[in-house]
Design a protein around this ligand. Structure first.
Ligand SMILES: [Zn+2]
Length: 193
């Protein structure tokens, strides 16, 4: 499993696909207008240089889509969901999913190989596992969404138990999972830290 994912991470087409998904989500967000006043939104992207991508990518990959309301006195910021950036985390979202997932059922040597490839230290990995177990499961999004799964998803084994609920090949399931958790990746408060 780890080598499959390592191949995916090194594939620029995979990252281009995630970027295209983010563009669509940004277009939808912009079309809806300001959440507070309905005003027009102006582009207010901010630079991000996420770690763990495994290949060289163009500068268009180093920006997070975000908007700012054009109405004086409002100017509220609206950050659409993203398949690439998980809140303020410094690693790409896909790494936060994969590393946490491979912890479960993965052998120690496999884990070491993967964390070597993306150079994630053990403290960071422990923090992500805690985020999945505690912060993610406490979000209003998950509190509602989990009811749709039958049988219930084992929350102690997240995100491995969640990705199993999606169909398709590895890339398909990964993208489906990233899309699914979209609501916790953006918004005004960006809960994912
Ligand atoms: Zn506004």
């Amino acid at each position: 499993m780890d080598s499959l994912y390592a191949t995916l991470l090194a594939d620029t087409r995979f990252h281009d696909l995630l970027l295209a998904c983010d563009r669509d989500l940004a277009d939808e967000c912009r079309a809806e207008g300001c959440e507070l006043c309905g005003g027009r939104l102006h582009s207010a992207r901010y630079p991000r240089k996420p770690r763990g991508r495994g290949c060289r990518l163009g500068p268009e990959h180093d920006q997070r889509f975000s908007f700012c309301c054009a109405v004086d006195g409002c100017r509220s910021r609206d950050t659409p969901p993203s398949l690439r950036f998980l809140g303020r985390k410094v690693y790409v979202a896909v790494i936060v999913v994969l590393i946490a997932m491979l912890q479960h059922g993965a052998t120690a040597s496999r884990m070491e190989r993967l964390s070597d490839v993306v150079r994630v230290d053990r403290r960071t990995i422990a923090r992500w596992r805690k985020w999945w177990r505690e912060a993610f499961t406490a979000t209003p999004f998950w509190q509602l969404a989990r009811a749709a799964f039958m049988p219930p998803v084992d929350q102690g084994q997240l995100p491995a138990t969640l990705i199993d609920r999606f169909t398709g090949d590895d890339a398909d399931r990964l993208i489906a999972l990233l899309r699914f958790i979209g609501p916790v990746t953006g918004g005004a408060d960006m809960q994912a830290r």
